[in-house]
Design a binder for this molecule. Structure first.
Ligand SMILES: C[S@@+](CC[C@H](N)C(=O)[O-])C[C@H]1O[C@@H](n2cnc3c(N)ncnc32)[C@H](O)[C@@H]1O
Length: 398
């Protein structure tokens, strides 16, 4: 399987063919739909010898062309095995680790889970785009959406908007819809806080709340938050386990303060929480006020630790830490770096960069946050390994 969720095969001429909907080890007859110099793309015409992991997609919208979930045709067990293999493969190929220390995947329920969903709007109805197309499939039901999101997808009317982000607090019942470019002529159930992107930019406050790890989090419409609370519980648990028993930590890319908050609750002294987005940083300040954590609104690329720290937690966006994120993460010469990553290729690149900075991957745990899709989250623990590479920073090991 390749990172986008297609299966990799080879034509008679040796050319790579990406097969949408294919699975390893099975025989399928395909139709080539795109041919480029180095590779082709193909769709399945018939499955001749199915994989044991192939199943009928449980969601009827797959047959209607909905591109929201790439792997509805794969059993839950098969999805977990394939995602773990994608993580292993990235670490082998990109980070050059022959036997990557990938631990068992954390499984989560596969339906009704998604509490944040960005939808396209077509003729006033919300829907998801067809795979590889701009065409919108409107949705009356969505197997993976939380019922409170599904209700907004089904019953919402969004005027002349182009896109809408639907978000709910599954454990508080609060919800918000952020409409692009404005919220004119939008109809939604009365409890939903509706806000246009134009109003958010003008400073209008709109928020919902969610309970994760026993705390209630304030989340503004434009702030990042994990897309399911049970998955956020698992990430928080793994991050705390990866940090303890260390005494001090820094939370880079802190969003609304999730990891800084749970670490403080677990008795770790969080020296700083760094976030570049103004909306998330504002929420983090409100959420972390009872813990007394210093929230720094700053591009992580410009962060330099003011002093030594035991552990750095970093949860960057899809492109990962990169060179400058790694420089920031190791600037306090921590004993360990805990990296939460939402893209296996970025994990591979960051593992390679952290290795060059003197940090060796001790273990990584995939968390299957988004069953039905190819996406996988990971939590990895890197430990300072003075025997291998250069350690930079204020208290670099001798
Ligand atoms: C994947 S989210 C993680 C948030 C938080 N750890 C959580 O679990 O809710 C990444 C966060 O990093 C922030 N971010 C992305 N690039 C950044 C940068 N260069 N500097 C600072 N923050 C950044 C985003 O605004 C977002 O809030």
């Amino acid at each position: 399987m390749v990172a986008g969720g297609d299966a990799l095969a080879r034509g008679d001429d040796g050319k790579v063919v990406f097969v949408r909907g294919g699975l390893p080890g099975e025989a399928v007859r395909v139709r080539v739909v795109e041919s480029k110099k180095g590779f082709s793309r193909a769709e399945i015409e018939a499955v001749l010898e199915p994989s044991a992991w192939r199943t009928d997609p449980p969601c009827p919208n797959v047959a209607r062309g909905c591109g929201g979930c790439q792997w509805q045709h794969v059993t839950p067990e098969g999805q977990r095995a394939l995602k773990a293999e994608i993580v292993r493969d990235a670490l082998r190929r990109i980070a050059k680790i022959p036997e990557p220390p990938v631990r068992e995947t954390v499984a989560l329920p596969g339906t009704d889970y998604r509490t944040t969903m960005r939808a396209a709007v077509h003729h006033g109805r919300a829907g998801l785009r067809r795979a590889g197309s701009h065409e919108v499939v409107d949705l009356d039901l969505c197997l993976v959406a939380h019922p409170l999101v599904e209700e907004m997808l089904r019953d919402g009317r969004f005027g002349r908007a182009q896109e809408v982000e639907l978000r709910v607090g599954a454990r508080t019942g609060t919800r918000v819809a952020m409409v692009d470019p404005n919220a004119r002529d939008v109809r939604l159930p009365g409890d939903v806080v509706v806000v246009g992107i134009d109003e958010v930019r003008a400073g209008h406050a709109a928020a919902y709340s969610e309970v994760v790890a026993g705390r209630t989090w304030q989340i503004s419409a434009a702030s990042f938050f994990q897309a399911r609370p049970d998955g956020a519980d698992e990430l928080a648990r793994l991050v705390v386990e990866a940090v303890q028993p260390h005494a001090t930590a820094v939370d880079l890319y802190c969003g609304v303060g999730l990891f800084a908050g749970v670490l403080s609750d677990a008795g770790v002294e969080v020296l700083a929480a760094v976030e570049g987005d103004a909306s998330s940083a504002r929420d983090a300040r409100a959420n972390l006020a009872p813990s007394g954590v210093d929230v720094v609104e700053l591009d992580v690329h410009r962060w330099v630790a003011p002093g030594p720290v035991d552990v750095v937690v970093a949860d960057p966006s899809r492109n990962g830490l990169g060179t400058r994120g790694v420089d920031a993460a190791v600037s306090g010469a921590p004993e360990a770096v805990v990296l939460v990553s939402c893209d296996p290729a970025a994990l591979g690149r960051d593992t390679q960069l952290l290795g060059a900075a003197g940090y060796r991957l001790e273990w990584v745990i995939p968390v299957d946050m988004f069953p039905g899709t190819v996406h996988v989250e990971t939590v990895g623990r890197f430990i300072r390994d003075p025997a291998n590479g250069q350690v930079t920073g204020v208290t670099a090991a001798p």
